[in-house]
Write a protein that binds this ligand. Structure first.
Ligand code: PEP
Ligand code: MN
Length: 345
């Protein structure tokens, strides 16, 4: 259920609705927009029914009580009354009119590689640095990432450039060291439906970049986001990164229709990862421009100073030397869609 408060509702009136919802065994998720406060009363289906029977409509400050029609409740556009969520990550905004370019190596490989990439992406105006210390590899024999040493290098890159860090968490047992450096925790496509991991990150409260699974529908992606939101963490960024189709000419099919459709269905920011969708460098720039023009709230892209020597995903990495020109083109495309780049110098 969703309780829409009147524009004139006082803090005391809001708090008394929250208390009543919680006494009925549901959790009250408060969302204050520019005009009104909405309280999402979320519980199991039984408590949903009992919230409906609480007579909340008659309470002071309550405008109306309506059911949330989608199976994902807190992720639904309905709960924010059409307002978009804008996340703030270390001074950079993402969502609404704010576009964030997130760039960096697939994997942290060495000090030199990370620092060089971090310098280049910072100078080109990226808002955040990406890089994996724990890597989800198809083969158990492939390089699995530097683990805690990789996190240490990311912390150094953050210190050096001031860029917030996006890095993947694969296993809840690594949550603590990842929280020490990650400004945004990435959940990879293969873990999109790792529900205990999502709930753990939800409880940690740190912003999450949630990648769409290789064969996941948009509804499944939003249900996965709901696992994080339900734990009280409102900071979720959705990421389209390509899905499996019958087409074999490229790694996966970048589903750019997901951008406007996710925005119809949800208030959460939507970013696009053209690197993993494409699998090869030549497709990354055109698909980035298309994503930005389609209204994406950001792009997460792989860059390497020397892709031929990369330990992971070299063929799709943009060349560090060409990154500034790429970033300028993406900025123009984002502007076409009415966005301003967050973090551009
Ligand atoms: C990555 O970002 O390096 C990655 C492995 O992405 P995905 O989970 O989308 O495959
Ligand atoms: Mn990669």
């Amino acid at each position: 259920m969703m309780i829409v408060m009147k524009e004139t509702a006082t803090e005391t009136e809001i708090e008394s609705v929250v208390a009543k919802v919680e006494r009925a065994g549901a959790r009250a998720h408060r969302s204050s927009g520019a005009r009104v406060t909405v309280i999402g009363a979320i519980g199991d289906e039984d408590s949903d029914l009992s919230v409906g029977n609480l007579g909340l409509e008659g309470l002071p400050g309550v405008e109306r009580v309506v059911p949330i029609l989608k199976p994902y409740k807190l992720a639904s556009a309905q709960i924010r009354h059409g307002e978009r969520t804008v996340l703030e990550v270390a001074g950079h905004r993402i969502g609404g009119e704010h576009f964030a370019l997130i760039a960096g190596p697939c994997t942290v490989e060495s000090r030199e590689q990370v620092m060089r990439t971090a310098d280049v992406v910072m100078q080109a105006g990226a808002a955040m640095l990406r890089g994996g210390a724990y890597k989800p590899r198809t083969s158990p024999y492939a390089f699995q990432g530097l683990g805690t040493e990789g996190l240490r290098l990311l912390a150094e890159a953050k210190q050096r450039t001031g860029l917030p860090i996006v890095t993947e968490l694969m296993d809840a047992r690594d949550l603590e060291p990842v929280l020490e450096v990650a400004d945004v925790i990435q959940v990879g496509a293969r873990n999109m439906q790792n529900f205990p991991l999502l709930a753990e990150i939800g409880r940690a409260g740190r912003p999450v970049l949630l990648k769409r699974g290789l064969s996941a529908s948009l509804e499944e992606l939003l249900m996965a986001a709901e696992y994080v939101l339900k734990e009280g963490n409102p900071n979720v960024i959705l990421c389209e990164r390509g899905i499996r189709t019958f087409e074999t000419s490229y790694r996966t099919t970048l589903d750019l229709q997901a951008v406007p459709v996710l925005k119809e269905l949800s208030h959460l920011p939507v970013v696009v990862d053209p690197s993993h969708a494409a699998g090869r460098r030549s497709l990354v720039a055109p698909m980035s421009l298309a994503a930005a023009a389609a209204g994406a709230d950001g792009i997460i892209v792989e860059v390497h100073p020397n892709p031929d020597e990369a330990l992971c995903d070299g063929p799709q990495a943009l060349l560090a030397d060409e990154f500034a020109a790429y970033a300028a083109a993406v900025r123009s495309a984002a502007e076409l869609a009415g966005k301003a780049l967050s973090g551009v110098r």
